[in-house]
Design a protein around this ligand. Structure first.
Ligand code: 9MR
Ligand code: 9MR
Length: 863
């Protein structure tokens, strides 16, 4: 049905069946209902009242209607946004069954007061589905009428099922054409003063045009020529590109004009991405389950009671049973983050999400110029401020605890494995406040993929939490090792791809990549040879294309997470082994940088066959993460530029002129599919909080709204900012994570967040094990003049003894250490950094040195 409708919509025919003739299918008047036959298992965009949640059962939409309501309208199933044209005739058809004979009211009416009805019929229904037809002529035109099956007011509860719902008549539903605004496309947030500044111009012109950059007062400040680019394959648009990188003066309210067309305004500033860094991370607090969201932290509109804590009508998550036949214990799996617009909690997907958050933090320990202070205690929207732990780790811990709770307990047959997921038994409708969700929550069977997500995240947890909470770090490592052992014992237990009612499937039939990731993290943390061998003997090791696919790593393709950390985080790989891994990363980054350079909108994303996948924005951003790590490893600005171009694409330089991040840019996504922030369905509810990323174009059209509105779309334009389009416009924890990583990286490039006043800033990162440690130190010149030569000094407070060293002359006398440059790094330019490192031995509990001086002056320390 949807296919026929969409085709008719595209060719724009308007047909009315001749009176008295039996219309053949092609002559049927246009269909106005979306998803009236429920064939693909989805109930969207149908809605219902909270007392009668509906689900698709065997291709029909069914709901249990309570017996305790008064009025017909106390229980409704409906569809909104139906266009009616005055004077046109319409036929409404449907079948319905009821487990108890009842009479239901069917209204086609205004959706708002005074709810004037064009059609109001009362039909008796019973257990037999009989087609019902009603014909009427619309008295008034309405662009958004409502079909409402009013089924309340009965004295007995009953089960209602609806199917084959059709409203035929009127005009072809208008072909959806996106409002793409100005053809001059820029990053609507802005650009770093020292970064590349590029944009795209949609035009029929094939010859170069003149662009003019204007400041906020409208004064031209720079001008240049566009570069004709031809047809952009992702949009089918003829485009030109322009480059105003040479203009570096900070300011806000800039616009770029070409002929009569002017871009959205944007800024040029060092701190242009500072709030993106904090807001993209705040998303996780908003997604927390099992804790009341505090309006004084999240913003008053976002305050809500704790969800899923076994307080009625919630049934979970403090003692969650398994699906029948899966287990006979319950688990306390409260806490964690809701996955997305749904309120499921999935170990596959939780793992990659929390790891990318931990990577955002860990980068500040290992990359020169990365600013840990911006993620530190007191800096983010978390309730754990002031506990001495970096806020980003506090947020990660909320999810890590949940992941560990999903482990099968000792004494059970699959002990050590992780349950794949936990979620509602059936899909709830939208909106749905978490604390009001009455669905049964259930654990689904363990899977190898989930177990390895737990092993990987747990190992990373162990090393990052070690300085802050050794007991928690120990617990993470114990859980991680047990998970690894269990995965080795059960290496091919896959989640059912069809297990998708009430929650997503997240099934993955190939876990070679999860093994590689988990082995990498365990090796970095422990240095144990078992894990080294698992890394080195993996069929993925050494190759770049399988680990870093052109369309990006993802929840189902996680080897990249292992390779990136092996390449960036100090570990015990030999120099040759390390060089192999770093080449895997830089080869991938070379490919992504080339894709970005070739793309007329600049995104480092070239999916095979131009198939933009579900969540494509996160694929663009995951590729940007790889590019950022490559830039950290090599300093090559081509990688940095490609990261910034990826962000330009996300923030407005794209075929739809859409900023995909709520609260950022003039034309931002703000109707993402969410049961909590369902403002589009209920004006009393908020829009998503600032910093929420939309999934983005999905050229497969995987939901009814996308199918009805977007059929025929060019790949990068298969997106609609509609709450019902969950395949193009949801938010998700694994999608905001690379946004946070990239935002943090680009904010560091701007250098805005460095909160230190000293002329030098030291990042001291020690990884310790039994009798030793390895340490990486970065010294940054935060002053305005070069420092040459330099000497850095500190005193150990414990028994550390340096045994070998690299990239500097390091001498130790007792507890005193002096570091002088190697031959090549004797001068540190303003803003530049030098790195060096050393290994050593120690015994018992040791602490990092806290005070560092350079040439006699005390440096700031990045914690
Ligand atoms: O809301 C769900 C969304 O979070 C998921 O991404 C999507 C795919 O798993 O499924 C959801 O959408 C459901 C919708 O809300 C209600 N009808 C059934 C849909 C799943 O087919
Ligand atoms: O991100 C997932 C995407 O790769 C899949 O194609 C899609 C359908 O299975 O599911 C996506 O994940 C959704 C999950 O199943 C349920 N919660 C919301 C997730 C984002 O839409």
């Amino acid at each position: 049905m949807l296919g026929t409708l969409a085709t008719a919509g595209l060719i724009g025919v308007t047909l009315v069946a001749p009176a008295g003739a039996a219309p053949n299918a092609d002559d049927d008047p246009p269909e106005q209902i979306i998803n009236g036959d429920f064939t693909n298992g989805s109930s969207a965009p149908w809605w219902w009242t909270a007392n009668n949640p509906a689900t698709v059962v065997d291709g029909r939409l069914c709901a249990d209607i309570p017996g305790d309501t008064t009025n017909p309208w106390d229980a409704i199933i409906g569809q909104s946004d139906l266009p009616l044209i005055a004077g046109e005739s319409y036929t409404l058809s449907f079948t319905a069954t009821a487990s108890v004979p009842v009479t239901i009211t069917t209204n086609l009416q205004m959706a708002v007061d005074p709810y004037t009805a064009e059609l109001s019929e009362h039909d008796p229904i019973d257990a037999t589905a009989v087609p019902i037809h009603h014909t009427f002529t619309a008295k008034a035109s309405n662009t958004a009428a409502q079909l409402a099956f009013q089924v309340g007011g009965g004295s007995q509860p009953f089960t209602l099922c609806l199917d084959d719902i059709s409203l035929r008549g009127g005009a072809e539903p208008p072909v959806y054409t996106p409002d793409t605004g100005s053809p001059v496309r820029v990053n609507q947030v802005g650009y770093l003063p020292g970064g590349p500044k590029d944009g795209t111009f949609v035009t029929d012109a094939t010859t170069s045009q003149t662009w003019t950059l204007k400041d906020a007062s409208g004064t031209a400040v720079a001008t240049g020529a566009t570069q004709p680019g031809g047809t952009d394959p992702s949009s089918g648009q003829n485009v030109q590109t322009f480059d105003f990188s040479s203009y570096t003066t900070a300011g806000s309210g800039y616009t770029l004009t070409i002929g009569d067309e002017t871009s959205e305004p944007f800024s040029i500033a060092k701190d242009v991405y500072s709030s993106l860094r904090t807001d993209s991370l705040a998303y996780y607090y908003h997604q927390r389950s099992g804790i009341a969201i505090d309006g004084s932290i999240a913003g008053a509109a976002y305050a809500r009671p704790a969800g899923h804590l076994n307080i009625a009508p919630n049934t979970g998550d403090n003692d969650v049973p398994c699906q029948p036949g899966v287990c006979d214990y319950t688990l306390d799996a409260a806490g964690g983050w809701y996955d997305a617009g749904d309120q499921g909690k999935y170990v596959v997907n939780g793992g990659i999400s929390v790891s990318e958050l931990m990577n955002t933090y860990e980068r500040t320990l290992t990359a020169a110029g990365a600013n840990g202070a911006a993620l530190g205690d007191g800096k983010l929207k978390v309730p754990e401020k002031g506990n001495g732990v970096p806020d980003i780790l506090d947020e990660a811990r909320w999810e890590l605890n949940f992941l560990m709770e999903m482990q099968v307990p000792d004494g059970q047959s699959l002990s050590g494995m992780a349950h794949h997921k936990l979620h509602d038994q059936a899909w709830t409708g939208l909106p749905q406040a978490p604390d009001k969700d009455a669905q049964l929550r259930q654990l689904h069977a363990p899977s190898t993929a989930a177990t390895l997500n737990l092993a990987a995240a747990g190992a990373q947890c162990a090393r990052l939490f070690r300085p802050y909470d050794a007991a928690f770090a120990d617990r993470c490592l114990t859980v991680s090792k047990a998970a690894w052992t269990a995965a080795k014992a059960h290496p091919a237990v896959y989640a059912d791809p069809n297990d998708a009612s009430g929650g997503g499937a997240y099934s993955d039939g190939n876990v070679t990549d999860e093994f590689y990731w988990a082995a990498s993290e365990l090796f970095i943390t422990t240095g144990d040879d078992t894990y080294r061998q698992a890394v080195l003997t993996s069929p993925l090791h050494g190759g770049s294309a399988a680990v870093f696919p052109s369309d990006g790593f993802s929840w189902g393709s996680t080897a990249a997470l292992g390779a990136l950390d092996l390449a960036a985080v100090p570990n015990k790989l030999t120099a040759d082994q390390l060089s192999t891994v770093r080449t895997m990363v830089t080869d991938a980054a070379d490919r992504y940088a080339a894709d970005s350079q070739a793309a007329l909108y600049g995104a480092p994303y070239a999916p095979p066959g131009n198939h933009y996948v579900w969540g494509s924005n996160s694929q663009v951003l995951n590729n940007a993460v790889v590019l950022g790590v490559a830039n950290d490893l090599t300093g090559d600005t081509k990688y940095r530029n490609a990261v910034l171009h990826a962000l330009d694409y996300i923030l407005g330089r794209n075929p739809l002129n859409q900023s995909y991040v709520t609260g950022f840019g003039e034309r931002d996504s703000h109707n993402q599919h969410s049961r909590i922030w369902a403002h589009q369905l209920d004006a009393d509810l908020p829009i998503p909080p600032a910093g929420t990323l939309a999934g983005g174009p999905d050229s497969q059209l995987e939901d009814p709204t996308a199918q009805s509105k977007l059929t025929g779309c060019a790949p990068a334009m298969c997106y609609i900012d509609d709450i019902q389009s969950y395949s193009t416009n949801e938010s998700a924890i694994n999608w905001n994570a690379p946004l946070a990583w990239v935002a943090s990286y680009v904010d560091d490039l701007g250098g805005s967040g460095s909160g230190e006043n000293a002329a030098c800033q030291v990042t001291y990162t020690a990884y310790r094990w039994g009798g030793g440690f390895t340490t990486q130190v970065t010294v940054k010149n935060t002053g305005t003049a070069a420092v040459s030569p330099w000497e850095l000094k500190w005193s150990f407070t414990d028994n550390q003894k340096i045994t070998d060293r690299w990239q500097a002359e390091i001498t130790q006398a007792g507890q005193k250490v002096s570091v002088k440059p190697a031959a090549w790094n004797g001068s540190i330019a303003p803003g530049a950094s030098v790195n060096f490192g050393f290994n050593g031995t120690s015994s018992g509990q040791v602490n990092d040195p806290k005070t560092f001086t350079m040439n006699g002056g005390t440096c700031g320390v990045v914690k």
